[in-house]
Design a protein around this ligand. Structure first.
Ligand SMILES: Cc1cc2nc3c(=O)[nH]c(=O)nc-3n(C[C@H](O)[C@H](O)[C@H](O)COP(=O)(O)OP(=O)(O)OC[C@H]3O[C@@H](n4cnc5c(N)ncnc54)[C@H](O)[C@@H]3O)c2cc1C
Length: 306
């Protein structure tokens, strides 16, 4: 089912037609507050009242020309201005293919640099990790950006066999890392296939990130997961290493495990929600279905809920 859904995420016909169906749109609204940045901003205000921080991401990937990449860059510069104006403690997360990585790594780097230079120095601009064929290029650009600007962070995927080495090579640069399990359909030569193996890889990498943070070799160690059991294991490890609650950072997606997001915040942990918005939501949304096929039932219920 997961592979089928991840294949559907790449299907152009479905992408163009799915958004016309009200029951699909109804299900999407569970995972994003709306298509506009204003809707995302309102959601962030509501989260702030619960002491939950926000990371904004404008949905989109693989732009077709440099004008589109420039437009995305300008959009993020405007978002940074709006964040400052609102007084929110919010950050952004960008996809390099949306900033023109397929067109030219140098052009993409210029766009990333413009965004990172505009962002406050005490916050992080997060770089998403995409499918495995982009990992080398993403890490290259991340290293270039980090060398000049400490306020940039990278997402690493625990399902990839290579991530252990990638993490070891990044730590001497004092990175900020958001660890996730990984959302794409990767073959077993590249990624662990069994959930149990992915979870163990996540736990081992998470421990290394926390040790590195303790030794001041990692600026932010953020756990991008909704897996409560895994979070608890890492929280116990962090406590045993002497970390305060505030230093334990979890990032989750809007609409998923809301009670857990609030519980972490009320206990004093750093609880952050990634709020996505934009009209190009189809592949992102189908990846959310693939993570939990039970979400399909939620969509089926929407069909009959009219
Ligand atoms: C802040 C953030 C940023 C991310 N950035 C990236 C990225 O840059 N690159 C990338 O490849 N992936 C990214 N991901 C997605 C990630 O790789 C996983 O696909 C996703 O988080 C599901 O894995 P999990 O860790 O929650 O664990 P799972 O084992 O998949 O889920 C654990 C439990 O969480 C709940 N859950 C998980 N997903 C859903 C869902 N969609 N709907 C409802 N309940 C759910 C279920 O209760 C499930 O049992 C990101 C995730 C987060 C939270």
């Amino acid at each position: 089912m997961r592979s089928l859904l991840l294949a559907a995420a790449q299907n152009r016909w479905l992408r163009e037609h799915a958004s016309r169906y009200w029951f699909v749109r109804g299900t999407v609204s569970r995972f994003m507050p709306g298509e506009t940045f204003d809707a995302a901003l309102s959601a962030a205000e509501a989260l702030r009242s619960k002491r939950i921080g926000t990371v904004f991401t404008h949905l989109g990937e693989n732009v077709k020309d440099s004008a589109e990449a420039q437009q995305v860059t300008e959009h993020y510069l405007e978002v940074l201005r709006r964040i400052k104006e609102s007084g929110l403690q919010a950050e952004i997360s960008v996809k390099l293919t949306q900033l023109g990585l397929d067109l030219s790594p140098d052009l993409c780097f210029e766009h990333l640099k413009a965004i990172v230079e505009r962002a406050p120095k005490d916050s992080i601009v997060w770089v998403d990790m995409e499918a495995s064929n982009y990992v080398d290029a993403t890490l290259d650009l991340y290293r270039r950006a980090l060398t000049a600007h400490p306020n940039v962070g990278i997402c690493l995927q625990a399902y990839l066999h290579r991530t252990k080495d990638d993490l070891a090579k990044l730590l001497p640069l004092r990175p900020s890392i958001r660890l996730v399990k990984g959302a794409y359909d990767e073959p077993p030569e590249i990624a662990f296939a069994r959930k149990q193996d992915v979870d163990e890889s996540y736990f081992e990498l998470g421990k290394q990130m926390l040790r590195a943070k303790k030794e001041n070799r990692c600026v932010r160690a953020a756990f991008g997961t909704h897996d409560v059991a895994l979070m608890r294991r890492l929280a116990d490890f962090a406590a045993a290493e002497g970390f305060g609650k505030k230093d334990f950072e979890v990032q989750m997606l809007y609409g998923i495990q809301r009670a857990e997001q609030e519980r972490l915040a009320s206990e004093g942990c750093t609880s952050i929600v990634l709020v996505a918005y934009g009209s190009y939501w189809y592949p992102w949304f189908v990846r959310r279905l693939a993570e939990r096929p039970a979400n399909l039932w939620f969509m089926v219920r929407n069909v009959f809920a009219a």
